[in-house]
Design a protein around this ligand. Structure first.
Ligand SMILES: [Zn+2]
Length: 148
């Protein structure tokens, strides 16, 4: 089940994968929409704690529409935003996800020849990086702006 934390929501990738298989992929599409909502939620809740971090802003509805027209775009956005957010945040995360371009190349070139395993591993690491970041916020000091 999705778990609510002080600075956002964490999700279990294995459960998402299981529900996606059972629903023939429909759950996975909804999951992509939720992820961008998770971005917005984190941005709203954690902005004060990490004012210098790259903002996690992408309209979930726009991303969902692009998922049907040109799916590489939301994939690129999802990885790029999280990668840059974790890289620039004062909150130390134990791990980061793939860079946007690397994730897209993995999907394109390794997707078929690994029977989808390489993209799924990349996706699982994305969720894990997001979860670790949300949890890291819970026990790290806020990055208060310097007084002038
Ligand atoms: Zn953050």
């Amino acid at each position: 089940m999705p778990k609510e934390h002080k600075f956002g929501t964490t999700r279990k990738y294995r459960r998402v994968l299981f529900l996606s298989i059972v629903t023939f992929g429909i759950y996975y599409i909804i999951y992509q929409y939720w992820l961008f909502q998770d971005f917005e939620e984190h941005h709203e809740k954690a902005f004060d704690a990490e004012p210098r971090a790259y903002p996690l802003i992408a309209n979930p509805t726009t991303m969902l529409i692009f998922l049907f027209i040109f799916p590489f775009y939301p994939i690129y956005v999802k990885y790029t935003l999280l990668y840059d957010h974790i890289r620039t945040s004062s909150i130390q995360s134990p791990e980061n996800c793939s860079m946007g371009i690397k994730a897209v190349l993995t999907f394109v070139f390794l997707g078929l020849c690994t029977f989808g395993i390489a993209p799924l591993v990349t996706e699982s690491r994305w969720q894990s990086a997001f979860n670790e970041h949300i949890i890291a916020h819970d026990y790290q000091k806020e990055d208060l702006p310097e007084r002038e």
